[in-house]
Write a protein that binds this ligand. Structure first.
Ligand SMILES: Cc1ncc(COP(=O)(O)O)c(C=O)c1O
Length: 367
């Protein structure tokens, strides 16, 4: 194996050492009262991060598994869903929905612009039969933060169901699931939650369960069926509150990282990431790399910037890895793939000095 690169990509992130250490400890059984209490402590802590009094399930898989579970559990094939699409991960939501035979009404915005809540009001008025509205919180492909609270108000005014992809925002940006009328919310362990990849937390509020129960048998499979996860949480709640063999080391690592996040304080962590974003933007500008979005659209956990004029950014990405041992990401999608760099700063390990160091090394790029 070559030496590991320092990760400054928008996930996975480098976890704290105490979180990583847990991954190497002896494997424990995934059932029994002591283990079940540890699992519940983890889901209770995650519920605080989601900002919900609803249920949290820890699926074994990546963020896409959580999204797949939400869409496949809440919607029956043939139903219509309204999906915000202003980047690659909006398209991903659309692809998952279409894989279940759902008819997608896209609510588009240009890549690099936030979705407009008024467009959702119009889509809901035109498609009152829609089963659900789904939106990415952080559209990681462009760094745009979508206005979830405002869209949630629009969706609730129409008494519809709201699914949010919080895969790259959960634990890094304010997210108040219950206050913002989010009924189903999907996360991932390997981004702002600061743990290794492998777990996909899903939060379901009472209206989310109502949506799921409206059409009980959807024929969409078993593993990612949230009704199955709820059934085991209830029927086997005292010793094995999930249907499968859980990834116990991953759960313990996620527990350590989420308890660390809550000990630091959610607001404190959000402010810390915001400070990294501001410092990075300032540094990038100082070396002539203009951030992709204006400061008014600042994303606290991932920053995109235009590459040097006339240089495909894949060259800069490769240079940073080969010359400096730092992994940054390129742009996504046909328009931005080789024109942008994206820098993730969603690891609790990162400091202002890491941002300064990155900028100093980017400045050495011989173009
Ligand atoms: C907003 C968003 N949604 C979904 C995904 C897919 O998550 P995963 O790769 O964990 O399946 C990502 C991954 O980067 C993401 O950023």
């Amino acid at each position: 194996m070559p030496a590991p690169l320092k990760l400054l990509i928008p996930g996975p992130v480098q976890p704290d050492d105490d979180v990583l250490a847990v991954m190497g400890e002896p494997v424990q059984a995934h059932y029994g009262p002591a283990w079940t209490e540890l699992y519940r402590e983890t889901t209770r802590a995650l519920a605080q991060v989601f900002g919900t009094s609803g249920d949290v399930h820890l699926l074994v898989g990546s963020g896409s598994a959580a999204l797949d579970a939400c869409l496949g559990s809440a919607c029956a094939s043939g139903q219509t869903v309204i999906i915000g699409v202003n980047g690659f991960f909006g398209q991903r939501l659309q692809a998952i929905a279409e894989s279940y035979g759902l008819t997608v009404v896209p609510v588009p915005a240009p890549w690099g612009q936030p979705l407009n809540p008024a467009d959702f009001a119009a889509a809901l008025a035109a498609h009152p039969q829609a089963a659900l509205v789904a939106v990415c919180h952080v559209e990681t492909s462009t760094t745009i933060v979508n206005p979830i609270e405002a869209i949630g108000a629009v969706v609730r005014a129409r008494a519809n169901t709201f699914l949010v992809d919080a895969v790259s925002s959960l634990g890094g940006l304010p997210l108040r699931m219950d206050d913002w009328h989010i009924d189903l919310c999907a996360g991932a362990s390997q981004k702002c939650l600061g743990a290794p990849p492998g777990l996909a937390p899903v939060a379901v509020g009472s209206r989310g369960w109502q949506a799921i129960d409206r059409v009980p048998a959807k024929g969409h499979g078993w593993y990612l069926n949230l009704s199955v996860w709820r059934q085991f949480a209830v029927e086997w709640g005292d010793w094995h509150p999930y249907p499968i063999t859980l990834a116990t080391n991953n759960v313990r690592a996620l527990r350590a990282s989420v308890l660390g996040l809550l000990a630091e304080g959610l607001d404190q962590r959000f402010q810390r990431y915001r400070a990294l974003a501001l410092r990075l933007r300032q540094g990038l500008r100082s070396i002539g790399l203009e951030p992709f979005t204006p400061d008014a659209l600042l994303n606290p956990v991932v920053t995109a910037a235009y590459g040097p004029p006339g240089v495909p950014t894949s060259r800069l990405v490769a240079y940073m890895a080969e010359r400096h041992g730092i992994k940054i990401a390129g742009g996504m999608g046909p328009e931005w793939k080789d024109r942008l760099i994206r820098i993730g700063h969603m690891s609790p390990r990162l400091t202002l000095a890491d941002m300064d160091d990155l900028v100093a090394r980017l400045a050495q790029f011989p173009n």
